[in-house]
Design a protein around this ligand. Structure first.
Ligand code: ADP
Ligand code: MG
Ligand code: MG
Length: 258
């Protein structure tokens, strides 16, 4: 059983005008995610959801000015990006990067080697990847293509979920995994996430803007994220309320300083 614990997290991002003050984005985030739990974070555009995932992943542009992040009591903020992955954190990016010249299968094996601490035996690895790809309905020729280069939105997301299954992290942070997916791709990707949750007892932090994906991935907890912090937490019924009424109730309360 693993627990990711975020306490009173404050994060600044450097201003693009280097002479200006950094901008405060996260303003006191508190969140605990444990194995086997699915937490959905929902909030309007620009509320800081991606900033939260980047801060957890250790992106250098995001400066933690106060608060803490721990994984099973270990200080995540002191870890390098690689160490965070080895410790069992997984981040699927809202905008996955292209890596020209590096094939998918090499990329995946390198990632698995880094996380597992030793290279997977080649023959076993090929089989493992093949099976994982077939479950996600990924074309076998995919392994030979450069990472994310020329991938469609849906292909990139399947690739992320392929990594999720192969790397077997303790806690997975999925940022807008649903964006740009058609219904078929959404179903396949959601099944992959659900399999991870069931078979690996993974903890999931699902960041999304839409309630659509929550029909396929059932959250145990829903958190409303406005202006750099969680303003309300509840069960799945909170997502139904957001679906019906949007974020107005929460953004107005935040604007009036409530
Ligand atoms: P969300 O994911 O909820 O849409 P983001 O975390 O992407 O929100 O962004 C929150 C706010 O921080 C936005 O106003 C955005 O413009 C700003 N921001 C995020 N990253 C940067 C950056 N690297 N440089 C400047 N501003 C940023
Ligand atoms: Mg955004
Ligand atoms: Mg975002």
């Amino acid at each position: 059983m693993s627990t990711l614990e975020i306490r009173d997290l404050h994060v600044n991002v450097a201003n693009s005008d280097a002479s200006a003050e950094p901008i405060s984005i996260l303003k006191g985030v508190n969140l605990t995610v444990s194995s086997g739990e699915t937490h959905a974070i929902m909030g309007p555009n620009g509320s800081g959801k991606s900033t939260l995932s980047y801060a957890i992943a250790g992106h250098p542009k995001y400066e933690v000015t106060a608060g803490s992040i721990t994984l099973d009591g270990e200080n995540v903020l002191e870890m390098s990006v690689d160490e965070r992955a080895r410790a069992g954190l997984f981040l699927a990016m809202q905008y996955p990067v292209e890596v020209p010249g590096v094939s998918m299968s090499n990329f995946l094996r390198t990632a698995a080697t880094a996380v597992r601490g030793e290279a997977p035996k080649l023959r076993h690895w090929v089989k493992e990847v093949k099976e994982a790809m077939s479950v996600l309905e990924i074309d076998p020729t995919f392994g030979d293509r450069s990472v994310n280069e020329g991938f469609s939105g849906g292909e990139k997301k399947r690739h992320e979920i392929l990594q999720l299954g192969l790397l077997d992290p303790k806690i997975a942070i999925l940022d807008e995994t649903d964006s740009g997916l058609d219904v078929d791709a959404l179903r396949v990707v959601s099944e992959g996430v659900n399999r991870y949750k069931e078979h690996h007892d993974g903890g999931i932090l699902l960041i999304t803007h839409y309630t659509r994906i929550l029909r396929y991935i059932k959250p145990d907890y829903v958190h409303v994220f406005v202006d750099g912090r969680i303003v309300e937490s509840g069960g799945p019924e909170l997502a139904d309320e957001l679906e019906a009424n949007g974020y107005v109730r929460f953004t107005q309360a935040a604007a009036s300083g409530a």
